[in-house]
Design a protein. Sequence first.
Length: 94
Amino acid sequence: MPPSLDQAQVALAAQPFSRLLGAQLNSFGPDGVELEVPVRPAHRQQHGFAHGGLLGPTADNALTLVADAMAGPDVLTAGYTSTCSPRSSATPAR
């Protein structure tokens, strides 16, 4: 049986790196998850955008949490692919 939101939040809080990033699980279920990570000044690259070093572990956790919601808590991420777009004129995350 998939874990509850409370159980998933406890699991996320047990990860030291997620705590370091300030990750917060706002919603959790088979229809999706909302994982929030604040973009602090130290998390930005030279152009002001969130650094890939912040985006990668956030994507990893979100993917694992979705799998947990569908299949239960004994799921690990085996791999994922991240594709970066060329720099755009988009406003950096604040």
